[in-house]
Design a protein around this ligand. Structure first.
Ligand code: FES
Length: 145
């Protein structure tokens, strides 16, 4: 019996159950902290409308819950980086396909597809997540490291 089931056996209503459940550590059990992915990786099905654009070179999607931008570069590789800028922490990193790099809309920090800073505001680089595409090219996994 897990913790949630145990609390249910005590006869707590859903609101009380949720409050009690969360007191003990909701943060780590229900919702991952921003930028932290599930331990076994995040799976994107590129056959779904939400992610199908990632089948095309030069496209990108934002995973708002995780503050991550995922791009299929102009050369066809997948790159996932944080949307949180290392300059002043604004959540404005976007993929710029015409330049094949990432840029922050706040003050113009630029980052390569490997996360290296390309200008003064980007000098600290950005976090890059490991990605893995299946052989069929339609299931993309993103990992913390
Ligand atoms: S916060 Fe991104 S460039 Fe300043």
């Amino acid at each position: 019996m897990d913790r949630k089931e145990f609390l249910r056996t005590l006869g707590l209503g859903s609101a009380a159950l949720w409050a009690t459940y969360c007191l003990g550590g909701c943060k780590g059990e229900e919702e991952p902290a921003p930028n932290e992915l599930p331990a076994d990786g995040l799976i994107l099905d590129l056959n779904t409308a939400q992610y199908s654009s990632l089948k095309n070179n030069g496209s990108h999607v934002t995973l708002a819950d995780y503050k991550i931008v995922v791009a299929r570069t102009t050369t066809g590789s997948y790159v996932a980086v944080t949307k949180v800028c290392s300059h002043e922490g604004q959540v404005r990193i976007e993929y710029i396909p015409s330049q094949n790099f990432f840029e922050c809309g706040a003050h113009g920090a630029q980052f390569s597809t490997t996360g290296q800073g390309l200008n003064q505001n980007g000098k600290n680089g950005i976090r890059v997540y490991r990605t893995e595409i299946n052989q069929a090219g339609d299931i993309l996994k993103i990992f913390n490291s």
